[in-house]
Write a protein that binds this ligand. Sequence first.
Ligand code: SAH
Length: 245
Amino acid sequence: MSAKVWLVGAGPGDPELLTLKAVRAMGEAQVVLIDDLVNPAVLEHCPNARVIPVGKRGGCRSTPQAFIHRLMLRYARQGKCVVRLKGGDPCIFGRGGEEADWLAERGIEVELVNGITAGLAGATQCGISLTQRGVARGVTLVTAHTLDGSSPEWHALAKTGTTLVVYMGVSSLQQVQTGLLEGGLPAWTAVAMIENASLAQQRECRSSLADMCRDALAFRLKSPAILVIGQVAAHAQTLPSLCVA
Ligand code: SAH
């Protein structure tokens, strides 16, 4: 059997948001390396695979990325069908590109499988349309957390006229708020903060750019959460939740 690694997006949590392709890959898998943010309920699709948790809570605190690389390589070289299961989409703040390159450089066949990224799912679950004619002409996905610790260009992002979807922003709310206000985004701009999107424990906090820090504190906003910043967040109505745990 030829060595192959599937880098698979497991979606934001709700198992019904898995793609058929993800389900097929999991069905073929002999080894599954699973991240923290993946809902373990999706593992029902790989009953015969050896499942190895590799998230930070999974016991590889020191050099997790190098450790994960080596594990994938080892199993692939044994001829095993390996699925690396990631939360959301593997290529949206998921290191899918890095892992694919690293494996390809070592001669391992890689296939990427899209998942629904948390930002898209969170907005939809709250009835928010990220683009809307006359309100938002686009959408920008951005992380508040950069590799070198520098801040994203909040001033420039304030001027895009797009809805901003901020990942990994819970511990940087103050910087997000200050940067966008200084960049000229009006204080009344709507903000939705969505925790555990698409899971039974999903919570949402509606606020404004002016009040987001105060409101998040009162709400006790916790990670994982995404921020949706833009007037589309004011137009939305919360839809009845259809999510399953
Ligand atoms: N590849 C993932 C993102 C990983 S980065 C994706 O495409 O969704 C981790 C960040 O994603 C978290 O800090 C949080 O901002 C966001 N996130 C992941 N799952 C989430 C969820 N169920 N609800 C809200 N935010 C989530």
